[in-house]
Design a protein around this ligand. Structure first.
Ligand code: NAI
Ligand SMILES: O=C(O)[C@H](O)CS(=O)(=O)O
Length: 472
């Protein structure tokens, strides 16, 4: 079985360390091993990134951009290979995995250009013999810690803007899905990105995270993952006052108004709920349908979801792959059981399958006291409940500690604008079940995180602002 290695300061290493198996969730078979690094390897990575920082930051934006363009080209050439690696370690259907590689690559091409548009200001001074110049400069060494559900996009959504801004990066991918990350870093090396600019270590998350948080040379921590871990990292980052970006959990409401186009709304639920088998932070987690259209909507939704094919992500036509691990399966089963115990009716699915597979499941007559109506599901379960009017559904939709994504389907423009404005969410899909795209500022309100990734907003997270006051 292949032993993979970490990459620090331009060198691949780690075969001598204790190894961790990477498991294919579709077969429960090991597909490789990775080194179990810890605080020593974490420090080595920061050493390398810090040593490389001055030279990388001193390059022109065009020069840094040329490396990102080359990296983008190499990833594009290898999109199917990388997609296959991703499916084998994460489980998502190959078509989705290749789609994620393209999405991930979109951040690299976007920031290859955005880095050339880091503008400053000249501010009118209060004295005739003064001038005030505002300039942006790279924040410095960046630590990126990423989740297993989007093994490529969650890395490039951070590394793309960081490199474009003139920062250097140390990365810890999720232990469940490091192989995609290694492929990206291999291609970065092939693109000629200088040694020390990108470094990747695997192993003990808590040791590596703590080592980076305690290291004052790390000036930025960017994390995607659970709200629980995000809060822990945020507290630790305060000791050295790091800039921090957190993309955390979500619990998306999906609102279907009585004037919605129901075919669009059903397609929107399928797109936003069942992507990655429901394992995304922007997945619909609860559906609110106006009481007057409940029966027809539920019938259409059940019909559409019944057509989804479950299977190994490498098989042609698979729509729903396995979940990432047994804990994820148990969580979905617990939520289904809880919903039924509180009066929910399973219209589709709900049966245990072999291995880590879970049937796409629809629970009707959901009530707000059910776990699935307030606890993030991260699986292919969708509860449906009804509402009477706009005021009620806005209040219930906002009644969550999360504020990442929300969806509203209505054909009434005034109502669309009104409800979108009232929803306390960082992302609103208005008649759109798939809003994520590299040029938009992805991020949440409340406990869904801090900061934004994507678009010109996303590069600001890797910049410091300085003003120079010139007296003459
Ligand atoms: N808002 C967003 O964009 C996203 C949010 N998520 C959220 O993350 C969760 C699922 O992803 P998971 O990978 O299970 O989340 P997780 O929070 O357990 O792990 C995320 C990353 O943090 C690392 N980690 C775990 N404990 C750590 C510690 N003490 N110190 C440093 N690093 C640590 C993990 O190894 C992994 O690399 C869900 O709650 C989901 O909603 C996941 C992806 C995107
Ligand atoms: O990790 C996630 O869930 C992603 O941020 C969702 S998306 O960017 O692929 O929509």
């Amino acid at each position: 079985m292949q032993q993979y290695e970490m990459f620090v300061g331009g060198k691949w290493f780690g075969r001598g360390l204790e190894q961790i198996e990477v498991i294919n969730p579709a077969t429960n078979e090991p597909i490789g091993t990775i080194p179990k690094g810890g605080k020593e390897e974490a420090k080595q990575a920061v050493d390398a990134a810090h040593d490389a920082l001055k030279e990388w930051a001193a390059r022109t934006a065009e020069d840094r951009s040329s490396y990102l363009v080359k990296w983008h080209e190499l990833i594009k050439e290898e999109r199917e290979t990388i997609g296959k690696v991703m499916t084998e370690e994460q489980g998502k259907p190959l078509k989705e995995a290749i789609g994620e590689v393209d999405y991930a690559n979109g951040f690299i091409s976007w920031y290859a250009e955005e880095g050339k548009r880091i503008y400053g200001d000249i501010i009118p001074a209060s004295h005739p013999n003064k001038r005030i110049f505002v300039q942006k400069q790279p924040v410095g060494v960046v630590a990126a810690i990423t989740p297993w559900n989007f093994p490529a996009a969650m890395i490039t959504r951070k590394v793309g803007p960081a490199l474009a801004a003139g920062c250097t990066v140390v990365i810890k991918p999720a232990t469940q899905t490091p192989l995609t990350a290694f492929k990206l870093v291999e291609l970065a090396e092939k693109a000629g990105i200088p040694k020390g600019v990108i470094n990747i270590v695997t192993g003990s998350s808590s040791q590596i995270g703590k080592a980076w948080n305690d290291d004052s040379r790390v000036r930025k921590l960017t994390f995607t993952g659970s709200t629980e871990v995000g809060k822990l990292l945020m507290k630790d980052a305060a000791d050295t006052m790091k800039k921090i970006s957190l993309e955390l959990g979500g619990h998306a409401p999906f609102v279907v108004m009585e004037d919605a186009d129901l075919d669009k709304a059903v397609a929107g639920v399928v797109a936003s709920k069942f992507r990655n088998a429901g394992q995304t932070c922007v997945c619909t987690n609860r559906v609110y349908v106006h009481e007057s259209i409940k029966d027809i909507f539920q019938a259409k939704l059940t019909e559409a979801v019944s057509k989804l094919k479950i299977g190994n992500g490498l098989e042609e036509g698979t729509d729903i792959g396995p979940l990432i691990d047994q804990g994820a399966v148990d969580k979905v089963n617990e939520q289904v059981k809880d919903a039924v115990s509180k009066g929910g009716n399973v219209a589709l699915g709900g049966k245990n399958l072999e291995g880590l597979y879970v049937e796409p499941t629809i629970v009707l007559d959901a009530t707000d006291d059910m776990l699935c109506m307030y606890e993030e599901t991260f699986g292919p379960l969708v509860p449906v409940t009804t509402f009477k009017d706009e005021e009620e559904v806005i209040e219930r939709a906002n009644n969550s500690p999360f504020g990442l994504a929300a969806y509203v389907f209505t054909e009434n423009i005034g109502r669309a604008i009104r409800i979108s404005a009232a929803l306390e969410y960082g992302i609103v899909g208005l008649n759109d079940g798939a809003p994520s795209t590299p040029q938009a500022p992805f991020g949440g309100f409340k406990e869904s995180g801090l900061g934004r990734e994507g678009g010109y907003y996303g590069i600001e997270e890797f910049l410091e602002t300085k003003y120079i006051s010139l007296a003459f």
